[in-house]
Design a protein around this ligand. Structure first.
Ligand code: NDP
Length: 313
């Protein structure tokens, strides 16, 4: 168990964390970064990334994250594997404990722990992950041009994803467990107006099938009633849109979170309600959730840290 001091601690290793590390290193802040539960973040479970500027031929998610990691390393960021298990924001320098027992005394902190898409919990989601199962239509929808896909969920995200996919795919099913959509009226209208979207109400997914890639889904309608009906649909892609969970459990009670657990930013910067603690990427973003927008806020958080420390000295 060791104790370290740093001017800037970055928690998380997605596009936000690594970009913050690149900027903070170049500003001579010698940041320490802990990579967390899923080193490289959500992009490491994506196959091809075609919308990150600078890669005209596309790049795989793991490769993109490796490039970002190497760029941060090149400028001297101290990149460590480890999961932060506890924080103490009661007095500066703030105290952070890592799972190997090490503690860090940090003058400033950038929280970039991201968010995780929720899954139904079916073994087939794991079996076909990257082989037809996705939780990001903007990332993967392009691969389903003129094909048939299904989107699970009835909220605004599901409607948005279904609408996005309906402009690419030949047909989109929405699999909705209740007999209504939870989404806003305007989104519902757009979905109902779209000819190639079919909403399957009162329907749950029981499994997926296919040789190597997803070829269809086993569904159940009116589950647990006398009208229960099992049926299959043929699909090439299965998109989860049942919400995201921000990775903020360890910060609960230490920092302002909104009802859904996202970190609340103060004003137009990346500042949180704790002086010297900043947040970047999906952990504070309920709206955009893109790799490039996360990278952008990582840059902003590092600049905010630099300014914060400069104003103190
Ligand atoms: P929501 O929590 O609003 O909706 C989740 C949807 O997934 C619901 O239809 C829910 O069903 C369904 N669901 C949850 N768990 C399961 C499950 N195990 N099996 C089947 N279905 C399930 O999440 P969103 O991501 O859609 O939205 C989050 C927030 O972000 C909302 O406040 C939303 O309004 C906002 N948002 C706004 C946008 C905009 O304004 N353009 C775009 C996207 C999001 P049920 O209804 O039965 O609980």
């Amino acid at each position: 168990m060791n104790q370290y001091n740093t001017k800037c601690l970055i928690i998380g290793s997605g596009p936000a964390g690594y970009t913050a590390a690149i900027y903070a290193s170049r500003a001579n802040l010698s940041p320490i970064l802990y990579s967390g539960q899923q080193p490289g973040g959500q992009l490491t479970i994506t196959t091809e990334v075609e919308n990150f500027p600078g890669y005209p031929e596309g790049v795989t998610g793991p490769q993109l994250m490796d490039d970002l990691r190497r760029q941060a390393e090149k400028f001297g960021a101290d990149l460590r594997s480890g999961i932060v298990t506890d924080v103490d924001f009661s007095a500066r320098p703030y105290k952070v404990t890592v799972d190997n027992g090490d503690t860090i005394a940090a003058e400033t902190i950038i929280i970039a722990t991201g968010a995780s898409a929720k899954y139904l919990g079916l073994p087939d989601e794991v079996k076909y992950n990257g082989l037809g199962v996705s939780a990001c239509a903007t990332c993967d929808g392009f691969f389903y041009r003129k094909r048939v896909v299904a989107v699970v969920g009835g909220g605004d995200t599901a409607c948005e994803e279904a609408l996005y996919l309906s402009n690419l795919a030949s047909k989109v099913y929405m699999i909705v467990r209740k007999d209504y959509l939870r989404a806003s009226q305007v989104m519902q209208k757009r979905v109902f107006d779209k000819e190639n979207i079919e909403v399957l109400f009162n329907t749950n997914t029981v499994g997926l099938f296919g040789e190597e890639f997803v070829e269809g889904a086993h569904l159940v309608e009116n589950k647990g009633t006398d009208k229960e009906r099992l049926f299959d649909i043929a699909i090439d892609g299965f998109f989860l849109a049942i919400g995201h969970k921000p990775n903020t459990d360890i910060f609960r009670g230490h920092i302002n979170l909104d009802e859904a657990g996202y970190i609340v930013l103060e004003g137009p910067t990346t500042a949180t309600n704790i002086p010297g603690v900043f947040a970047a990427g999906d952990v504070a973003d309920t709206r955009y959730r893109q790799a490039i927008s996360a990278a952008g806020t990582g840059c902003r958080a590092a600049l905010d840290v630099e300014k914060f420390l400069a104003e103190e000295s």
